[in-house]
Design a protein around this ligand. Sequence first.
Ligand code: UD1
Ligand code: UDP
Length: 384
Amino acid sequence: MPKVMPIYGTRPEAIKVAPIVQALQADERFECVVTVTGQHREMLDQVNELFGIEPAHDLDIIQPRQTLNGVFARTLDGLDAVLEQERPDAVVVQGDTTTSTAAAVAAFNRGIRVVHAEAGLRSFDILSPFPEEANRKITGQIAALHLPPTRVSRDNLLREAVRSEDVYVTGNTVIDALMEAVAAQVPFEDERLAELEASGRRVVLVTTHRRENQGDAMRGVGRALARLARAHEDVTFVLPAHRNPVVREAVLPALEGLGNILVTEPLAYGEFTHLLSLSTVVLTDSGGVQEEAPSLGKPVLVMRENTERPEAVTAGTVRLIGTDEERVVAEVSRLLEDELSYRAMSTAVNPYGDGRAAERTVSAIAQLLGVGERLPEFEDGVSA
Ligand code: UD1
Ligand code: UDP
């Protein structure tokens, strides 16, 4: 029986790999051995707990204020022993984190086939997102099977001369996870959020963590939020703060003493998606949130200059606004004050998936390992 090893380390990978792990575990053709690096800790464990995943191996590599090279080195080193012991037929890595690329390199160096989930996304700027654009390209050079979520990302791979038979469009598993989480209707543990929901007030949901925004840009975002909160007293701004101390030091000081700004710890995925579904506007620099919010019909203002996820921009529900303080204030205010602008951006669209991406992923792994056939590809209806 072929042995498949999903390897992941951060919150967003965990959310997106969880549906694949569930599908592999339910499939009698495979043995599934989950390995986590522990690049994240609390934020990773939260997701594994929610989806009932107990990793067979945990490298526990996290360090406070860790560096990219430190994470890469500890992942390579730790995984080598695990791969030696388990000898999987294929590893599954997800997306563009340091964990995913280091894991791909570790497997490749041992002659193990690399399956790359969420392959082919490109911003075409090697410095943004940093280092994720480079990570994704490096993994794309060594993967045996490339699983782009959409046709736009498939076409990026084909333009880079990846063989078409090694590329298969799955849809994004984040939509599988989102559907499962929203259906579970998880209540808020944080009483402040339960009260907020009961009050019926409008909510602006904010998340920020990108490395290229840390420092001045993030301080500017903090100032913009404070100005917005003063100008819109009838709106509550909720910021589930990333665990990264560098992020907290930049954003939080400007928010102190403002009654309509609610800062929380990272929310468990069920609570976060609940909050997303009752939000009016989403302001974020997150990749995953950019994919989830459109399918719930929520307008998303993305605090980045570019994106490797152009589909929802094309569909009109995502707008790239950068991090300039004045622009953030103006764009959020417009959506809160101008009904027409709001309506134009709040149509529910699903360019990223239909909830069956994990099933397709497993069918492609089955074909790679000679135990089955691929399902038809995901048809997203968005072209490049
Ligand atoms: C990483 C990923 C990024 C992803 C983001 C998701 C890379 C290069 N970057 O960001 O692609 O979008 O995660 O959130 O892989 N920390 C904790 N507990 C946690 C998580 C983080 O304390 O559960 C703190 C630690 O001090 C850690 C710091 O946050 O050193 C930064 O974590 P890290 O994974 O290195 O963050 P990024 O690289 O910014
Ligand atoms: N998320 C969560 N709790 C939070 C904030 C985000 O569960 O408090 C989820 C969110 O729904 C999305 C993922 O985490 O699926 C995004 O993670 P992050 O923004 O850290 O990383 P990125 O997607 O930018 O790589």
